[in-house]
Design a protein around this ligand. Structure first.
Ligand SMILES: Cc1ncc(COP(=O)(O)O)c(C=O)c1O
Length: 460
């Protein structure tokens, strides 16, 4: 049960926050069906590998501010850099950290081949602005985006994202420039097709079906792709999929736009997920980890010819590239290099895989172990129960035991440990997850179809 203190606090928000009325109505329906509501927490304090809830409970943080704290919560050096920047500049657009950061980013993009950077506030804005730059550079009107992908919540990013067709209800009139194409997600395998055959089919659709039946190749500016699905369930395609997208883009004169808002800056054990496929995209979108989880900061890097002289591709709003955001990013990148954080992430990933790899054979409810580096997830079987109920029940049982993972709209629990998480804490958290799976395997799911409580993103 959610604690009284947390429940009271959350209910205070219901009259004021989005979805408050829907939550109340769904709750009544769910109670009538005998369901239990998902466990909710509010973070009262965060430190290192842990968060503390309103009742002072210490909880292992696999939620990670939605995969935003690469160095754990409240990294002291990043906090100090941010404090200094606030004290020194307050807010000015023309401050002296912007150019050093752009220089640094140019040196760490894949192959150091993307020297120009556009400063943005959020990943949403960065993804949208990257597509705008691509359209203006190519002087073309269409972009290809993948099913199951997520690129953000602005009007433009919603149109580019593709959870399902319901995503576009009331936006149908705006979707004209986006061509959607299948991603070879294992959860969507057509009956009788192997994973490898489906990957081939998706590539064939992209290269042959679209130009022949949907839009001529010379009116398509580029392909927007997440090198590993993030919000779509931490699912990682075969590395050849990303390589072949690069080749298809080259053969068709399309730009490859990699959205690494969630996978970038070490999440997958490499600085950029595209590096696992030895691919250099034309545009790389980044955010989240980039500013150490302390400040709003995002942007995109691009080849010289795309951003060096592209006057129509204006981007960046007032708060894009704030002094504090740039300071946070510079310090985060410095610590990642100095402390060999990518090596730490890779080692922790091996530890996690050793523990979890046998779970699909050990437990009926577990269908797949997902992941690359510390982009980790467990996918649940939908054969006996709706998978989402199983996944939510596991997520709840974990939270009861003391580890916080993410389960939103899909039959998965996603885990985003800090890249420098203490190994013992990681093991303890995974052990809690294992115990949670055992409870749900034995007793069945108990969580119903409640929507998440409408207090920002809390409670997934
Ligand atoms: C791949 C990807 N692109 C874009 C976004 C949007 O980023 P933000 O929430 O910072 O606007 C997200 C957020 O989860 C994401 O995962």
């Amino acid at each position: 049960m959610t604690s009284d203190k947390t429940q009271k606090f959350l209910e205070r928000g219901l009259p004021f926050l989005r979805e408050g009325s829907r939550y109340q109505a769904e709750k009544q329906k769910s109670i009538q069906k005998g369901f239990q509501s998902p466990l909710q927490i509010i973070v009262d304090r965060a430190e290192g590998d842990f968060v503390y809830d309103l009742d002072g409970r210490k909880i292992i943080d696999f939620q990670n501010g939605w995969a935003t704290n690469p160095l754990g919560n409240c990294h002291p050096e990043v906090l100090e850099a941010v404090r200094d920047a606030h004290e020194r500049y307050g807010f000015h657009w023309e401050h002296s950290l912007r150019i050093p950061l752009a220089e640094k980013l140019a040196s760490i993009t894949p192959g150091a081949a993307l020297p120009r950077f556009s400063f943005e506030v959020s990943g949403t804005e960065a993804a949208e602005s990257a597509v705008h730059a691509a359209l203006c550079h190519m002087k073309r009107r269409y972009v290809i985006a993948f099913a199951s992908s997520f690129h953000g919540e602005s009007l433009g990013a919603k149109l580019l994202s593709a959870y399902d067709s319901d995503n576009y209800r009331y936006l149908e009139a705006w979707t004209g420039g986006v061509i959607r194409t299948p991603f070879p997600h294992s959860e969507e395998l057509p009956p009788g097709m192997s994973q490898s055959e489906y990957t081939d089919q998706c590539l064939w659709h992209l290269e042959h079906y679209i130009p022949r039946y949907v839009m001529s190749a010379d009116n398509i500016a580029g392909v927007l792709v997440e090198p590993a699905l993030a919000e779509g369930g931490n699912w990682v395609p075969d590395i050849r999929f990303i390589k072949e997208i690069r080749d298809i883009c080259d053969r068709n004169d399309w730009l490859m736009i990699a959205d690494e808002v969630l996978t970038g800056v070490g999440r997958t054990g490499a600085m950029w997920a595209v590096e696992h496929s030895s691919v250099v995209p034309d545009i790389l979108v980044m955010g989240k980890h980039l500013s150490g989880g302390i400040e709003s900061f995002a942007g995109f890097s691009a080849k010289d010819e795309i951003l060096g002289d592209n006057p129509r591709a204006s981007g960046g709003s007032t708060f894009a590239g704030t002094p504090a955001g740039c300071a946070a990013a510079l310090k985060t990148l410095e610590v990642i290099e100095r402390d060999k954080i990518l090596d730490q992430a890779q080692r922790l990933s091996d530890v996690a895989r050793d523990i979890t790899d046998s779970w699909p054979s050990d437990y009926d409810i577990v269908s797949e172990i997902r992941g690359l580096g510390l982009l980790l997830g467990v996918s649940f079987n939908t054969a006996h129960h709706e998978g989402i109920h199983v996944a939510r029940s596991v997520r709840d049982e974990m939270l009861r035991l003391g580890a916080w993972g993410i389960c939103d709209f899909q039959p998965q629990v996603r885990l985003y440990p800090a890249l420098n998480m203490d190994e013992q804490v990681l093991l303890e958290g995974l052990n809690m997850m294992k115990q949670a799976i055992e409870v749900v395997e034995r007793d069945g799911p108990v969580i119903g179809d409640y929507p998440p409580i409408p207090s920002g993103n809390v409670g997934f």
